[in-house]
Design a protein around this ligand. Structure first.
Ligand code: GLN
Length: 498
């Protein structure tokens, strides 16, 4: 055995079940790896080493005594720091929540624990999940394990980087406009945005409530199927969660699809994806053809409006969700003495405290979104921006519905370009927003989507292939993705980090 960290989550689980290794040994192997490579990658904001080892010993004991062990059976998991946990701070990558200690666990955290997952720590992210590079974190950026001078993508950059660099076999991210899939593509891992409502968001710090979803970030489709099975399901605490039974996703993988149709949107070419990405996607289409799939051209005529629509709706919802960080109910508060000393005649100390606290607690991108959203929702502009965006959102959704009458899944590149250099886009928000070209459609329509590795550029940067299916068709998504991973090995490549 070279090392436990080289195994996929499902492989590790079999070894655990067969008594070949203990959960404590597995957790120790990943903690050692974290100590070895995280100083270079900076994926974690917080580690719960002691608690993890303690919990692992309890699982080991139960297994030894022949007691029932949960679905995750003592496997380590990392979670994005946007998910509330009773232990440690939950910061959402923001200075605003630097000292926020949640009094309760998010539903997904409870589910991980009930399934005997061992939570290793919290991963870095763009502040309040706004961004595509993790550079908007108030706590230093995270590096791409394939090239430490590049970004890991975002906003779930820490979650993607920690799986790619073998610091955790499983992790949870969130996806509002691409934040699971785009970092998964940049880091060469599998990332799944489940159907809107498939996973409870209770205890997830909200960004844009009509778009947010929590999902798995893993080494393979099979591992994602395992993790989704654990976290999916109805939750009375989240009114948007769907009251539908959770399929046994891993079982579904055993029944491969015989013949299926994949749709390639013709509009993708209008956005000039990187030629190496186009080549990799074409090669993936060939792989699918060889396995018996047919590829058809489809049309998503409103794709070109997806980014502008998203960037009206998401900031509007964010401006409303972020109103709660007023330094009274939650969050960072400005220094009272200095604030009082700075008051001018006629200033209200209360208003000054609110505004100064928010000015100091939020980073520039979050402020930009709050301003954009507040503007789009304001009297006189609401109809022209927010309402209009909702109408276009319906058209985009109809495009997808029509496409899915024709094909079983939509296929294409996940991102227009591979991972970019740290600092390259920080002063150019529009080019950062354009990162989301191919991913926001699934959020606006509520459908399920996934990115899987499908090759590398000449600079050895991973390329992501996106698959999209109708709402609640995750079984189909996993089958199609798994089929590809059975005949290719892109998902097994690892960066060399020493
Ligand atoms: N990059 C997108 C944004 O900045 C998506 C973020 C997300 O999915 N959380 O809004």
């Amino acid at each position: 055995m070279s090392s436990w960290i080289d195994l996929s989550a499902n492989e590790l689980l079999s070894q655990l079940e067969a008594g070949q290794v203990t959960s404590q040994e597995v957790v120790t192997a990943f903690l050692d790896r974290i100590h070895q490579v995280d100083p270079k990658v900076h994926a974690f904001l917080n580690l719960f080493a002691e608690e993890a080892l303690q919990k692992a010993s309890v699982v080991d004991e139960r297994r030894k005594n022949g007691e029932k062990v949960g679905l995750l059976g003592g496997l380590p998991v990392a979670v994005k720091d946007v998910l509330c946990m009773k232990i440690g701070a939950t910061t959402a990558g923001s200075k605003m929540l630097e000292r926020f200690h949640s009094p309760y666990n998010a539903t997904v955290i409870e589910k991980l624990e009930q399934a005997d997952g061992i939570i290793l720590g919290k991963t870095n992210m763009d502040e309040f999940a706004m961004g595509s590079s993790t550079e908007n974190s108030a706590y230093n950026g995270t590096a791409n394990p394939w090239d430490l001078e590049r970004v890991p993508g975002g906003s779930s950059g820490g979650a993607a980087a920690c799986v790619a660099s073998q610091m955790a076999p499983l992790s949870l991210g969130t996806d509002t406009g691409g934040s699971i899939r785009q970092p998964a593509a940049f880091c060469g891992i599998t990332g799944v945005k489940p159907t809107y409502g498939r996973v409870s968001r209770f205890g997830m710090i909200a960004f844009a409530s009509s778009l947010d979803q929590i999902g798995p970030m893993t080494n393979s489709v099979e591992d994602a199927a395992l993790l989704l099975e654990v976290i999916a399901g109805h939750d009375p605490s989240d009114a948007t969660s769907l009251d539908r039974p959770v399929p046994n996703y891993r079982e579904a993988l055993k029944e491969p699809l015989k013949s299926f149709k994949l749709g390639l949107p013709k509009e993708i070419a209008d956005f000039n994806p990187d030629p190496e990405i186009q080549k990799a996607v074409e090669a993936a289409l060939e792989v699918y053809r060889e396995t018996g799939a047919t590829i058809e051209e489809i049309s998503l005529p409103n794709l070109k409006y997806a980014v502008p629509t998203y960037y009206v709706i998401a900031p509007s919802e964010a401006s409303s969700n972020l109103a709660r960080y007023d330094s009274v109910h939650y969050g960072y508060r400005t220094d009272r003495k200095a604030m009082m000393a700075g008051l001018e005649e006629g200033d209200s100390p209360l208003v000054q405290m609110y505004s100064q606290s928010r000015a100091e607690g939020f980073g520039p991108e979050v402020k930009r979104r709050i301003m954009l959203g507040t503007f789009a929702l304001s009297k006189g502009y609401y109809d022209a921006y927010y309402l209009k965006a909702l109408k276009v959102r319906r058209l985009i959704r109809q495009d997808f519905d029509r496409a899915f009458e024709q094909v079983d899944a939509i296929i294409g590149p996940c991102t227009p370009k591979p991972a970019f250099k740290i600092g390259e886009k920080v002063s150019d928000p529009i080019s950062m927003y354009l990162e989301d070209l191919f991913t926001v459609g699934a959020n606006l329509s509520g459908n399920a989507a996934m990115s899987i590795p499908c090759g590398f550029t000449s600079e050895n940067l991973p390329i992501g292939l996106q698959l999209q299916v109708p709402a609640l068709e995750e079984e189909r998504l996993f089958r199609i993705g798994h089929l590809y991973q059975q005949v290719t090995d892109w998902h097994q490549r690892r960066p060399s980090l020493g």
